[in-house]
Ligand binder design. Sequence first.
Ligand SMILES: [Zn+2]
Length: 206
Amino acid sequence: MSDDRPMPNAALRTLFLAIEEVMGANGAKAVLNLAGLQAYIGNYPPNTVDMEVNFSDYGRAQQAVEDFYGGRGARAMLSQIGRATFRYSLEEQPAILGLAGLAMKMLPEKTRIKLILGRMVEAANKNVNLPSHLEEDDEAWYYVADECPCAFRTRTEKSPACYTTVGTLQEALKWATGKHYRVQEVECISAGGSVCKYRVDKIAQE
Ligand SMILES: [Zn+2]
């Protein structure tokens, strides 16, 4: 396992709020207990960009959700939590996402998608200590993260783990376009990959 990596308080706070929204207050408590993160029960990190929490905290909370539900159920829960994470980030820390005051209504759909993905990459690099970049081919965009909290998850399954990020990207695309775009994690650090790579189809599902 690599050395731990600091991240901003607001990022972990947002994840906890999202878990609470999806699983309820008692569910969130159970997850924090299971994750060994009891210190955060009733004591979420403050809504600030100070780097006082770690990737391992974030990864352990996600792993606890996965262990709590298992398999398919866990994947659905984690992607719902990811969707809620995007909404909370928008409400609580629009500056982190770089979306404050962004007017997209007049722009063509493909431009909106590139804009939102670009802003998320920029935010990840600048504010979340999460080096990322975008790639593109004829059929898809690829959001590529060189580091990920999943590196700190103790996991036996060798399948992609980052359903929270999948959900976050789906919700961001929905916010930007009003449509549902398919997002799949095609390479994952926790499953032996060198990066976490998310494929976004260029054609909307509806
Ligand atoms: Zn991953």
